[in-house]
Design a protein. Structure first.
Length: 310
């Protein structure tokens, strides 16, 4: 069975995390200066690197050569926490969506009193932290405020406003953001080369649009297209069909009809769109996007390149 693309290419160091330099650089500086705090809050949209960065931070803190901003990758702790590794007993990941109650918080509080089995720190990564109940947060409050020297917390959430203020105020908050196309595009091009898959013109633009700036979602979309690649080729027509977008030829014909004031031609395009099985709502969204791009080009001229995603 093939491992999902986003799992195979999950970063193992902060230098491999793309589009989040505003987070990774301060974290690396704190590691170099030995100014790592006891609790962090990583927030942002799904699939942008919050949990991955929490694992990398744990790797940096428990590396035999550390704490360091660049894990050695050779020690037992680094190997256990690497992509595809078995995980470490001293790095505990908790899914708050299913373990966010007060009893779970009390259990965590009890586990935190025990020293690490082998490594420097016992690190608790609490994913989907907004799902912890108020009672659960209150049970953790004293522990997060004054943890034992060997304990670190990383809370990861897509909804930081739902993490109670008394917990937020005791953490260092790092907001993650969606990755822009000018960063994601070159990364996808390199990845396709490593996977020995050729993609047609415009395919990666569609992939990035479908992913919406989320690296994980984008890689999932690309993985789907690669899985159906014929002779290592992903064509624009295949991408349009699988992702449900409107063929660019139909959009161009619609724009030409509107520009020429030719109502009959516009309705013929709509008829072809329906006959070909395109979703009318998607057609309208794609046409509005095309008109928006053309408006930007008309207004900004050469500067439009900096604004348009494609």
């Amino acid at each position: 069975m093939t491992t999902a693309l986003y799992r195979r290419y999950r970063p193992d160091t902060f230098d491999q995390v793309i589009g989040q330099e505003h987070v990774t650089e301060p974290l690396k500086a704190a590691l170099r200066a030995n100014r790592v705090t006891h609790a962090y809050l990583f927030s942002g949209p799904r699939g942008c690197g919050k949990t991955t960065s929490a694992r990398i931070l744990a790797r940096c803190l428990n590396c035999a050569q550390g704490p360091t901003d660049t894990p050695c990758g050779q020690c037992e702790s680094c190997r256990e926490l690497a992509t595809g590794g078995p995980g470490s007993l001293d790095v505990v990941e908790i899914d708050a969506a299913s373990h966010g109650g007060v009893d779970d918080a009390r259990d965590l509080r009890e586990r935190a009193t025990f020293a690490p089995v082998r490594d420097r720190y016992k690190i608790f990564i609490i994913d989907e932290a907004h799902m912890v109940t108020n009672q659960g947060f209150n049970a953790l409050l004293k522990l997060v405020e004054e943890p034992p020297e060997h304990v670190k917390f990383v809370f990861a959430t897509t909804e930081p406003e739902r993490v109670i203020g008394t917990i937020r105020s005791r953490t260092h908050h790092y907001p993650f953001r969606l990755v822009p196309p000018d960063v994601l595009g070159p990364y996808l091009t390199t990845l396709c080369a490593e996977e020995h898959v050729n993609v047609g013109d415009g395919v990666l633009t569609l992939v990035m649009r479908a992913g919406g700036g989320s690296v994980r979602d984008t890689l999932s979309v690309l993985d789907q297209l690669m899985a159906g690649a014929i002779d290592g080729q992903v064509t624009y027509q295949t991408a349009v069909a699988l992702l449900g977008y409107t063929d660019s030829a139909l959009l161009d014909q619609s724009v030409d009809a509107l520009a020429g004031g030719d109502g009959a031609a516009a309705f013929r395009v709509v008829e072809r769109m329906v006959e070909s099985g395109h979703d009318p709502r998607r057609f309208v969204e794609d046409l509005l996007q095309r008109l928006r791009d053309l408006l930007i080009i008309a207004v900004a001229g050469d500067g439009a390149r900096d604004v348009l995603a494609d």
